[in-house]
Write a protein that binds this ligand. Structure first.
Ligand SMILES: [Zn+2]
Length: 363
């Protein structure tokens, strides 16, 4: 579970510069008859009351984790990709937040983590359209029973995210559209068979969108964003019927010049990982939070975070979904103030956020 490093993207993305970003009309996901994989419980775009129920512990007894619940009204003023410059404006409500974030990012190294409030998934609030893409290759079709079980985990993750937002006084809703071919997967020429294999497929989301009828990520984003009463966020959920380590494609300010392929943020989830069985709600929740700007809070080479930072997280936030808490039972996972701040749920900045900078030790 990690974010794909910017270096990897840049290394394999040169050809993407040639991709046209035209706006010709195409198939609209909202009209697709293919949107029928069990949408139970997540088609809640009209549910402004955002009731939180079933299953999860709402953790009211754990004040250390909660914000003050202040309810900032939220409006997303940036809607369309009309020019490059607009892409990199970060609509903000609190300029001091931006300054602090910019300062943090000066020490972030390669801009890998500079995903705050940009891309197609910005703040974890408002109406969010989730486009599911169940991908496969000829000869390795999806098993419908497994699809159903994974859809159940997706729905659990989305309900959990709604409950998290609600705890911070924010309204979050999801609407799902699903492309799954004839129920056995959208057949692609080739898809990654492992995390490492992704290097051969840096434009996987774009390629999948083209197979289902879109011309590019810009056209897809603009179409989905204005459906109905409009959406604040759009994100792709790519599902692969192979075993591997899942990851998120977060748009970063380091992606200047690559918006044609990378602006539409998404998560790429393998059917299973090692001996752990089918991917769980924990995996979906973790990776989706990356697209809204959350950082990893565990230390290893891939996360770029130090062991000291991980020890801090384990001590104070042992069930943090972006840290080792990703392995905790789903009804126990929570987010720390850092993740709340990064995903726009909270304005509370704290000095300890610096522990999670990639090269904090060099300060
Ligand atoms: Zn991660």
């Amino acid at each position: 579970m990690k974010k794909l490093s910017l270096a990897v993207i840049i290394a394999f993305i040169t050809s993407c510069l040639l991709v046209s970003c035209g706006g010709s009309s195409s198939q609209d996901a909202s009209n697709s008859e293919k949107s029928s994989v069990s949408k139970s419980g997540s088609d809640t775009s009209e549910d402004t009351d955002d009731e939180y129920s079933e299953g999860e512990d709402d953790d009211d007894d754990d004040d250390d984790w909660d914000s003050d619940g202040e309810d900032d009204s939220y409006s997303n003023s940036c809607c369309k990709i009309d020019s490059n410059s607009e892409l990199f404006e970060q609509p903000i409500e609190n300029e001091s937040d931006q300054e602090i974030y910019d300062l943090l990012q000066q020490y972030a190294g390669d801009g890998y983590d500079n995903t705050w409030n940009i891309g197609s998934a910005r703040k974890l609030q408002g109406k969010t359209y989730v486009l599911e893409l169940w991908l496969t290759e000829q000869g390795t079709l999806w098993n419908k029973q497994e699809m159903g079980r994974i859809q159940y985990e997706i729905d659990r993750a989305l309900e959990w995210l709604k409950s998290v937002a609600k705890r911070y006084g924010k309204t979050l809703s999801f609407e799902l559209g699903s492309f799954h071919g004839d129920g056995q997967g959208v057949v692609m020429k080739s898809i990654p068979h492992s995390y490492e294999d992704y290097e051969k497929h840096p434009d996987l989301i774009l390629e999948a969108l083209q197979v289902i009828g879109y011309t590019g990520v810009e056209q897809c984003y603009n179409q989905l964003k204005k459906m109905g009463d409009g959406f604040d966020n759009v994100l792709c959920l790519v599902l692969l019927n192979h075993e591997g380590r899942s990851y998120a494609n977060s748009f970063s300010r380091g992606h200047v010049g690559y918006y044609e392929t990378q602006f539409l943020e998404g998560v790429v989830i393998f059917k299973s990982y090692g001996q752990e069985g089918l991917s769980t709600a924990n995996v979906f929740a973790h990776e989706i939070l990356h697209t809204f700007g959350a950082w990893d809070m565990y230390g290893d080479a891939q996360s770029g975070k130090s062991q000291e930072a991980e020890q801090f997280a384990n001590q104070y936030y042992p069930t943090e979904i972006m840290g080792r808490g990703a392995d905790a039972p789903f009804d126990q996972i929570q987010i720390s103030p850092l993740t709340a701040w990064l995903t726009g749920l909270s304005d509370e900045y704290d000095e300890w956020y610096w522990y999670f900078m990639s090269n904090y030790e060099q300060q």
